[in-house]
Design a binder for this molecule. Structure first.
Ligand code: GLC
Length: 431
């Protein structure tokens, strides 16, 4: 398939999922708007339909909660056969919730970065001015409402907030949670209707996902209560890195709009000051997530370990170790006897690794995109090119899938998947 054909197929996928004012991640599996999906989709759209890209961002921000949070799922068109349905979150009558039906948790804040990338390529001061305040409010909420220890490092209260919903990163924290029959409200999974069960989470994990929603809604999603009582409380390398990069991009917007940068500078300085002590494991040369409830690092090697490159948080020496000891290591992430394509979402030598299971090993196009951007920041152009080349090879072989088996490029999860299409458009246009 040549580039022109690939581009036109990618646009066709975005068109297929276009619901007017928002884009579904995929036609059947994900029939609403998702937070970080929308941001990547807007980047793809911006290459050929800027007004529609802006509409995507506006729709997402319309769902912002009064306290600043931007939710992870937005049910613009009400109920569907998706689980959880809007009413499951029990957000009606919450003073701090928004006016559009949504979930009550958030997702990685790539939005400011996408808005800034779009603006750099196609400047639009009016649009920047329009969204700037809302982005600041969201970042402020992340640095304060979810700050438990004065570091401003955001805490996740649910695995779904990481965007890496079913990563082996969460296994121990989830194992410590024992849902009882009474604490798991009745529910019917829908994710296994459209996708093979071995590409989806195990049932006990799914029960815990639901149990955590139940706890959150009993606490009326009140940030203080959540910080106090949620049994799952994790500082996540991917999320904090994405936020730090997005803070830098928000700062650029502030300068462009002649706004004061004091508050943003404070977030940037604070994160930089604490990041290494919290996440860097100097023995292994890896960034590890931190489990706040047991005050211990999570000793799992997942693709999020490379995210500090995207944020410019690693020193050149740390970056060199990440690349030499992990990225280029055939036992962990590089092609070898047991894989061909980069980048597995968990290291291949992790006990929880599984080549086709959701977030336990398969390759994701948006993760490749983020990490390639980070590698370039540190001068690792050959490695960044490999990620882009492999991403396009996976898509050429199996179409725009949700994730891919790193052994043979076969597609897994949902079909006609939007961020794979949107980022293919970006990759091909930026070349
Ligand atoms: C899955 C992914 C999440 C994504 C969502 C919609 O839940 O884990 O990152 O946003 O699907 O595509």
């Amino acid at each position: 398939m040549n580039t022109t054909e690939l581009l036109s197929q990618a646009r066709a996928v975005l068109r297929l999922n276009d619901a007017g004012e928002f884009t579904k991640p995929s036609p059947h599996q994900y029939p609403h708007q998702w937070n970080w999906d929308a941001a990547f989709i807007a980047l793809g759209l911006s290459h050929y339909d800027l007004p529609r890209a802006f509409t995507e961002v506006r729709s997402l921000l319309r769902a912002q909660w009064r306290d600043g949070m931007v939710p992870h799922i937005i049910y613009h068109t009400g109920k569907s056969d998706y689980f959880p349905p809007p009413e499951f979150w029990q957000t009606e009558n919450l003073a701090h919730a928004g006016s559009v039906a949504s979930s009550a948790i958030t997702q990685p804040p790539v939005l400011a970065t996408m808005v800034w990338l779009i603006h750099e390529r196609t400047p639009s001061m009016d649009f920047l001015r329009e969204v700037y305040r809302q982005l600041v409010a969201w970042h402020r909420w992340l640095h304060t409402a979810r700050d438990i220890d004065g570091t401003g490092l955001m805490c996740l209260i649910h695995p779904w907030e990481s965007g890496m919903d079913n990563s082996p990163l969460w296994a121990e924290a989830l194992d410590r949670i024992t849902p009882t029959r009474a604490s798991v409200p009745p529910f019917k999974r829908r994710d296994t209707v459209h996708v093979a069960a071995d590409e989806r989470p195990f049932a006990p994990d799914y029960e815990r996902f639901v149990h955590l929603i139940d706890l959150g809604r009993r606490l009326r999603w009140e940030p203080h209560a959540l910080m106090d009582q949620m049994p799952f409380l994790i500082q996540n390398v991917l999320f904090c890195s994405i936020l730090h990069r997005a803070d830098q991009d928000l700062r650029q917007m502030a300068l462009e709009l002649s706004q004061d940068t004091c508050e943003i500078d404070g977030w940037l300085a604070r994160t930089r000051a604490v990041f290494d002590a919290r996440f860097w494991d100097a023995t292994r040369g890896l960034y590890l997530d931190y489990d706040v409830r047991v005050k211990m690092p999570i000793r799992v090697n997942a693709c999020s370990t490379f995210a500090p490159l995207f944020a410019g948080l690693a020193t050149p020496a740390q970056a060199a170790r990440l690349v030499a000891e992990h990225f280029d290591n055939p036992v962990e992430y590089a092609p070898g006897a047991d894989s061909v394509y980069r980048l597995p979402s968990a290291a291949k030598n992790e006990p929880g690794y599984s080549a086709r299971r959701y977030w336990c090993g398969p390759v994701w196009i948006h993760i490749n995109w983020l990490i390639a951007d980070g590698l370039r920041r540190y001068g690792f152009h050959a490695q960044a090119d490999m990620l882009m080349r492999d991403s396009l090879a996976l898509i050429r072989q199996s179409g725009f899938r949700e994730y891919y088996d790193p052994r043979d490029a076969s597609g897994c999860g949902a079909v006609d998947f939007c961020w794979s299409a949107a980022l293919a458009i970006d990759i091909l246009n930026e070349r």
